[in-house]
Design a protein around this ligand. Structure first.
Ligand SMILES: [Fe+2]
Ligand SMILES: [Fe+2]
Length: 286
């Protein structure tokens, strides 16, 4: 089985410092995009609005956690701060990109608002980090799948940046969770398993709400996205057994996701995910 490799916190810190020097974005925002229809443009605005909310929430949670752990573990706090800064950079890019699309930042829909309210109300550090890891995984999955479909160059450039960076944020969040779980009680770990199951189910149902809004832009079907979320989430947990959070295999079976495929599929090497120019942004398959 492929495993998400772990490195000492120092490695993550040095990597994030190196990445902070290379926040270059090449997005061709001079010529307006020629969408096929107004419905496609509106769906693109909704797609990137959802991305904006995810970045905003990631930024806030990372900086709050950094403040919380600073005394206990200053190195980890600095990693969290720099990680939050990357999300902040994404948020800036998305603000600009939404204006380029002729859209604006809109209030969240009912489902998204409920999800972020629940996320924002989580108090325990391990719950926040687990939620963050699972949100990062589905974000990264959506970006990568959309990149495989969308043909407009500026949107592809925006999606490439997001896909590339989120590919690094997923193993980074596994590292955060490992560190915090190392200090957690047995009771906290059991509670976390319950949270993981509830989130797993909610997130695989999320495409029921998101597809009618964004499909005209990204072309991703409801069942296709549910399966992709389930498969990618399972891959993360199956490759980090030390977290003690095995994937809910029964739910995966019901969704038609093959356990052998999940367990056999490997992540790209961590060094490649860490170096922005080495990240392969191929679309997800089977
Ligand atoms: Fe991000
Ligand atoms: Fe991220």
């Amino acid at each position: 089985m492929a495993r998400t490799e772990d490195r000492p916190t120092r490695w993550w810190l040095e990597t994030l410092r190196r990445r902070a020097e290379r926040t270059d974005a090449h997005i061709a925002m001079t010529e307006p995009i020629r969408f096929e229809s107004e419905a496609e443009r509106a769906a693109a605005v909704r797609f990137f609005n959802a991305a904006f909310r995810a970045e905003e929430s990631g930024l806030r949670q990372a900086h709050e956690l950094a403040a919380e752990v600073r005394e206990l573990d200053p190195e980890l706090a600095e990693v969290l701060r720099l990680y939050g800064d990357e999300e902040g950079w994404h948020r800036e890019l998305l603000t600009e990109f939404l204006a380029f699309l002729g859209g604006e930042i809109k209030p969240m829909g009912k489902v998204t608002r409920t999800l972020y309210l629940l996320y924002g109300s989580a108090k325990r550090m391990e719950t926040i980090l687990l939620t963050n890891l699972m949100f990062e995984t589905i974000g990264s999955t959506t970006y990568r799948l959309a990149l495989g479909r969308v043909r407009h160059l500026p949107a592809r450039q925006m999606l490439t940046i997001l896909t590339r960076d989120e590919a690094f944020h997923v193993p980074l969040n596994v590292h955060f969770l490992r560190r915090v779980l190392g200090r957690s009680s047995r009771g906290a770990r059991w509670r976390l398993r319950f949270v993981q199951r509830a989130l797993f189910l909610s997130l695989t149902l999320l495409p029921l709400a998101s597809r009618p809004k964004a499909r005209a832009f990204d072309g991703i079907g409801t069942l296709e996205l549910s399966r992709a979320y389930a498969r990618e989430l399972a891959r993360v947990f199956a490759s980090a057994p030390e977290l003690g959070l095995p994937p809910p295999w029964l739910l995966l079976r019901l969704l038609g996701v093959d356990r052998c495929n999940v367990e056999r599929s490997a992540f790209e090497p961590l060094e490649d995910a860490a170096e922005r120019e080495r990240v392969a942004c191929e679309p997800l398959t089977g």
